[in-house]
Design a protein around this ligand. Structure first.
Ligand SMILES: [Zn+2]
Length: 153
């Protein structure tokens, strides 16, 4: 009987430990796991000046395999996304891209999901800096609806 009692005590202690780890310790790991999304959230906030939340959701659902960064320099940011291209040129202050949404949204200086995908994929600090730069001087930026480069064949 005593053995049985000890076993029960152990089990209960083990159970308590499990719930302790579940409720007490995991938040530390959870906090680390949140660092990324928190940084991305600040990019998302800036993106809301250029697009609505639904379009940002669409951008986030574009698979990583469809995104390929072509250039990331002081002069330019450029990428292949799906079957189109995005080219941001800081010297000429142009965003050059072509898709059916952009054909309309570029006239209102709003982003489509492809442009959003670029900002969501690059280093969040760079993304923030670029978005602040564009927003603070929006009138001098040209949003152009065309393909900047030919696709490699
Ligand atoms: Zn687009």
């Amino acid at each position: 009987m005593q053995m049985l009692g000890m076993t029960t005590t152990h089990s209960q202690a083990a159970l308590r430990r499990v719930s302790f780890y579940r409720e007490g310790r995991l938040p530390v790991e959870g906090l680390e796991a949140w660092t990324g999304p928190v940084v991305d959230r600040s990019v998302e906030k800036l993106l809301l000046a250029f697009a609505n939340a639904e379009t940002i959701d669409v951008a986030q659902s574009i698979p990583e395999k469809d995104f390929s960064l072509r250039e990331e320099s002081k002069r330019a940011l450029a990428a292949y996304i799906g079957d189109t291209t995005v080219d941001i040129n800081f010297e000429q202050r142009t965003i050059v891209h072509r898709c059916s949404t952009w054909a309309g949204s570029s006239l209102e200086q709003k982003f489509c999901s492809h442009i959003l995908k670029l900002f969501l994929s690059i280093n969040p600090e760079r993304a923030r800096a670029v978005l602040v730069l564009i927003r603070s001087n929006l009138n001098s930026w040209k949003f152009e609806s065309r393909l900047a480069v030919e696709f490699p064949t």
